[in-house]
Design a protein around this ligand. Structure first.
Ligand SMILES: [Zn+2]
Ligand SMILES: [Zn+2]
Length: 290
């Protein structure tokens, strides 16, 4: 099955609207994966999900059915949820998939996000039907509609998951990996063999979307923050034999000019390794077909 991947939010940590970030985008993470028959999986619910929700409601042919898969529950990955338009019409069905955090269930996290102290509409008052599907934080496999999903725990504070999606009927696969520290630093509950297993998890993937928040210089003052450099992402893509790498979760302080420079440096790095990984920088509105 062929499908498209559309970037609705590319920015890490906090939205960065304004003219200096207009090309790469200011909305926080949200990526839509849509099969040729309309089967939709939404990866993360950063502020980018607002505009996607508007589009889904506008083009609806009957009720909206949305499957949202969360990498983790840090603000920038769930911030757009309360403004997801399909929530506010009866007949729509929204299913949210993600891991618990510590002893807190995914449903409790979502409920807290819309607590009356911080948001006017509580979770129970939404017009749409909401289902919450908790997935195993240690990683595993499950099916969402037309896609088989494999997950693996990442090196990031809390429980953060990578997802590899492959159409159930076969076809190219993609991996969504945001908020992941490939270098040393930080205290994570991952085994010493983690990188080796992660390379196997990604082996031969057609499209790899990966955290590339920092330059190597910036990383030196951000070790333990749970993010990677473009150089680390390029090396990982090459090791795993990924065909295409999309740099993602852009540092809020990087304007479009800084992002052009970062992308050029990443492409030089890929050429220097002599391995044919195509490198792109995630831009809001960018659509790839697999
Ligand atoms: Zn993040
Ligand atoms: Zn995070």
């Amino acid at each position: 099955m062929a499908y498209t991947v559309t970037f609705w939010g590319t920015r890490g940590s906090i939205p960065t609207p304004g003219p200096h970030t207009a090309r790469y985008g200011g909305n926080t993470p949200c990526v839509a994966v849509e099969g040729a028959g309309g089967q939709l999986v939404i990866l993360d619910a950063g502020t980018g999900i607002r505009a996607l929700g508007v589009q889904l409601v506008e083009r609806r042919n009957g009720a909206v059915k949305a499957e949202i898969l969360l990498s983790h529950a840090h603000w920038d990955h769930i911030q757009g949820l309360p403004h997801f338009k399909p929530f506010f019409s009866p007949g729509n069905v929204v299913r949210i998939w993600g891991s618990r955090q510590g002893t807190m269930s995914l449903e409790a996290i979502l409920r807290q996000q819309m607590d009356p102290a911080v948001f006017p509409v509580p979770l129970d008052a939404l017009s749409a039907k909401l289902d919450v599907e908790q997935v195993d934080g240690a990683g595993g496999e499950f099916t969402i509609g037309a896609f088989r999903v494999r997950s693996m725990k990442l090196r990031h504070p809390g429980t953060t998951l990578a997802f590899r999606l492959t159409p159930v009927t076969g076809g190219p696969s993609m991996a969504y990996v945001t908020d992941n520290e490939l270098g040393s630093g930080g205290q994570y509950s991952t085994a010493a063999s983690w990188r080796k297993e992660f390379v196997e998890f990604l082996r031969g993937v057609d499209l790899l979307i990966h955290d590339a928040m920092y330059t190597p210089v910036e990383l030196e003052s951000h070790r333990g923050w749970g993010h990677s450099t473009y150089a680390e992402a390029v090396l990982l893509a090459a090791d795993a034999g990924a065909a295409r790498l999309v740099l993602f979760h852009h540092e809020p302080e990087h304007d479009d000019k800084a992002m052009d420079d970062l992308l050029a440096a990443a492409r030089r790095e890929a050429r220097a390794q002599g391995r044919p990984v195509e490198v792109l920088g995630a831009q809001e509105g960018m659509q790839l077909t697999l």
